[in-house]
Design a protein. Structure first.
Length: 94
């Protein structure tokens, strides 16, 4: 079954907002001097659901989620079955 790794702007309690920004910049090779990259980081930390990776196996998704957790970023795994249900019934999503 295919999975997605999603992020909703959640970080560990011991990670400050600035540390979260720096961590995201490093993990995604973003340049914090560029306005476009700063906007990407702002979007990631906005609290809205952002898909980090698609088409992962369950093992790949879990490994990547663990890597993100070690960096202080709380990610979630969403299975393809759930994604298909959302696509079929978008009105059910809050």
């Amino acid at each position: 079954m295919q999975c997605e790794l999603i992020f909703r702007g959640e970080t560990s309690q011991d990670l400050s907002e600035e540390q979260g920004r720096t961590t995201l910049a490093k993990l995604f090779r973003l340049d914090t001097r560029l306005t476009s990259d700063l906007k990407k980081i702002d979007t990631m930390l906005s609290g809205r659901t952002v898909v980090f990776r698609k088409g992962l196996t369950a093992d790949q998704a879990e490994a990547l989620r663990n890597k993100m957790a070690r960096a202080g970023l709380i990610c979630h795994i969403r299975q393809a079955e759930v994604m298909q249900q959302v696509a079929a019934h978008p009105e059910a999503v809050n």
